[in-house]
Design a protein around this ligand. Structure first.
Ligand code: MEV
Length: 329
């Protein structure tokens, strides 16, 4: 919890990207998932302004909201990109019974639209920056407001992305029971591969819903397999059995393929990562392109895997687990 003075005119908050190690999509229907925040961040600076308008500027979109009127400053699809952030900022002000104008600046080093939680991190950091302009920041409340605003992006959000971005570290999360921190007995060497194919989380979550509705029995079988994988993964993390963890990632990928959310480019990256020595690899997040994660046995192996992915012309980086989560100030 951080305290700021009531006279603050400028505040800053930063929130991390995330990976889903196990359980994406199934988490929307109440199953557990294991997630971790990673060392890539979005930093939001909020300033009070006198004109009552809310201006948002980021690398991908900039615009100004004046009530329900939007003025484009820059970017394609800017209104749709900025609207959830504007909503989050407005809600935060209204909970504080404030009617400020705001200038919000968003700086990101998270690849966006590929399942690494850039939307959730932007929401968490925006709510926290605006809230800390006015008073004490309560992480639980910040997270709840960010989850609420995320529902504009996809209405059936499980809330998992906002939770891990707010609280940081590795978490075992379910919609009903919230989260508990996961201790990994050994350091995890993780590589992220980026297909470069942007996805729409809402569309992918809807496609899974349709599949579920068309075939309840088969879906409930997949749910139970996913739950089992998550629980085995938790035990493997606690005991430091990375070989088993990698195998479980491969099993999880098979379930995601059954859901139809993988993509041939993601399959290629997974294949390259496994051939380069990954203990396991899978898509992370909603899928449909996006990013993949691979688990390596050592730092040397993770370097080999990242360069193998780069050799086929795709982006890759080694990721560290972030333990701080949301940072205000
Ligand atoms: C998106 O990062 C993860 C999904 O499980 C959706 C959600 O949890 O809201 C696909």
């Amino acid at each position: 919890m951080t305290t700021t003075s009531l006279t603050t005119t400028k505040a800053r908050a930063a929130a991390p990207a995330k990976i889903i190690l196990f359980g994406e999509h199934f988490v929307v229907y109440g199953n557990p998932a294991i997630l971790a925040s990673i060392n890539r961040r979005i930093t939001v600076t909020a300033k009070r302004s006198k004109d009552g308008k809310v201006t948002l500027r980021s690398d991908i979109a900039s615009g100004e909201f004046d009530g329900s009127t939007f003025r484009l400053i820059e970017g394609t699809n800017a209104r749709a990109t900025l609207e959830p952030l504007y909503y989050a900022a407005r809600q935060t002000l209204s909970e504080r019974k404030e009617k400020l104008g705001l200038e919000i600046e968003i700086k990101s080093d998270i690849p966006y639209g590929v399942g690494l939680g850039s939307s959730a991190a932007a929401l968490v950091a925006t709510v926290a920056a605006v809230d800390s302009l006015i008073g004490k920041v309560d992480r639980k409340k910040i997270c709840e407001s960010a989850v609420e605003a995320e529902k504009i992006i996809h209405k059936n959000s499980s809330g998992a992305d906002c939770f891990v971005s707010t609280f940081g570290g590795m978490i075992y999360y379910s919609k009903g029971d919230g989260f508990k921190k996961v201790e990994s007995k050994t350091k995890l060497f993780l590589v992220i591969g980026d297909t470069g194919i942007k996805h729409n989380t809402g569309d992918l979550v809807s496609s899974v819903r349709k599949l579920k509705e068309a075939n309840q029995m088969a879906f409930s079988g997949l749910m139970s397999q996913s739950r089992d994988i998550c629980n085995q993964a938790l035990a493997a993390l606690n005991s430091g059995n990375t070989d088993h963890l990698g195998m479980l990632m491969n099993e999880n990928q098979l379930l995601l393929e059954r859901l139809g959310v993988s993509h041939e480019k993601a399959d290629d990256l997974i294949d390259v990562a496994r051939r380069a020595g990954a203990l396991g690899a899978k898509i992370t997040g909603a899928g449909g392109g996006g990013a993949i994660i691979a688990l390596a046995a050592s730092k040397e192996d993770s370097e080999i895997i990242a360069s193998a992915i780069k050799t086929i012309g795709q982006g890759a980086f080694e990721a560290e687990i972030d333990t701080k989560g949301l940072v205000v100030g």
